[in-house]
Design a protein around this ligand. Structure first.
Ligand code: ATP
Ligand code: FE2
Length: 339
């Protein structure tokens, strides 16, 4: 059984194909990069509409299949930018009508977790989800994935992007900042803002900008920002693990590509004696393969929808959707610590 997944929540248009064992048969991706500044939703959506036909063709030919080999088409229903979500959903609806296949709505945040979970082999991990628009600590409980903590203002990636853009970088700024940080000394003490399992970045942003305006070297500011922001993320992830009594952590989202964040999380995991897994970078960032895999889970538990119920939901929360495939799993071995 093979499934096609369509991702278009923000800057990335992607089409992936996976099989029933979550082998990624193909993943064709094209990221919208604005010439300057941040992302304009309408321009990103126009980009997606232009590139989807080519991505679709490439995903099918790389996977060496045609439409008759597919068992369904999954798409990102939310959260995300409305025009971008609608571009992907329109493609998915067109395909299921033409190919007479089930249409499978997928929550984008759940997809980041599920692709990391299947690749790690962990049964019941906590997810540290660190992307541009989202920064959350998520775990399963009572039929759904629950947000235990999250950013109270900017997503960590948006915060890094904004800081880098102010220094002349183009989007995405996180990798640029990472290059600068590698050359720098994390010598500045910056605002550290953790509230239970929530975090916030606006104080850190203001302090970093103030330092830069006073002529502090961007390399040292970048290194200090990374150490501060990622320490906050490690702390909230560790708190979630401790409260739930869980011993497995997975990473997801574009910021999880960052080497320093990975190293810091691994250090925390070693100290706590827990296992940690970060997917390869191509599966940390937005990608169609994670949508296809989560669509496989949705399909296996009767989650296909008619066109009339396939509206996108830009504000769809992680815990607004159920995860019935996890309930079925709970009928087997129930890991300790599950509520
Ligand atoms: P979501 O819809 O899940 O919020 P997103 O639209 O932000 O996702 P992702 O591809 O998951 O998309 O993440 C993109 C973010 O990741 C950008 O903010 C980018 O700067 C950041 N990022 C990518 N690579 C790195 C890196 N090496 N270090 C730090 N940040 C990074
Ligand atoms: Fe994402």
């Amino acid at each position: 059984m093979k499934l096609l997944g369509i991702e278009s929540t923000a800057h990335t248009a992607s089409v992936g194909v996976v099989d029933e064992e979550a082998r990624v048969l193909s993943c064709a991706t094209d990221m919208y990069r604005p010439p300057q500044g941040g992302i304009h939703p309408r321009e990103a959506a126009n980009h997606h509409a232009e590139v989807f036909p080519g991505l679709l063709e490439k995903a099918l030919s790389d996977a060496r299949i045609d439409a008759s080999d597919l068992s369904g088409v999954a798409f990102s229903q939310g959260p995300g930018l409305g025009p971008c979500l609608r571009a992907g959903a329109t493609v998915a609806r067109t395909l299921v009508q033409a190919w007479e296949l089930p249409l499978l709505p997928v929550n984008h945040c759940v997809a980041h977790l599920e692709i990391a979970r299947i690749m790690s082999g962990f049964e019941d991990p906590v997810l540290l989800y660190a992307s541009g628009g989202n920064t959350q600590v998520i775990a399963y409980g009572h039929g759904r994935y629950r947000v235990l903590g999250e950013t109270l203002d900017l997503g960590v990636g948006n915060f890094l992007d904004k800081l880098a853009l102010g220094l002349g970088a183009t989007f995405p700024g996180g990798p640029v900042l990472e290059r600068w940080a590698k050359e720098g000394n994390p010598r500045y003490e910056l605002p550290y803002s953790v509230h239970g399992m929530d975090v916030s970045f606006s104080g850190l942003f203001t302090a970093a900008r103030t330092l830069l305006n006073r002529g502090a070297p961007r390399e040292d500011v970048a290194a200090s920002v990374e150490v501060t922001a990622y320490s906050m993320l490690c702390e909230v992830a560790e708190r979630a693990l401790a409260h739930l009594g869980r011993s497995e952590l997975v990473l997801g989202g574009g910021v999880a590509c960052n080497r320093r964040l990975r190293a810091m999380v691994e250090g925390m995991a070693r100290a706590r004696g827990i296992r940690v897994y970060a997917p390869p970078p191509a599966l940390c960032v937005d990608n169609g393969a994670m949508i296809a895999w989560t669509g496989t889970l949705v399909n296996g538990t009767g989650g296909a929808v008619p066109l009339s119920e396939s509206a996108v939901d830009p504000r769809q929360r992680t815990d607004q959707v159920t995860a019935p495939w996890r309930v079925r799993l709970a009928g087997g071995a129930v890991p300790p610590g599950r509520p």
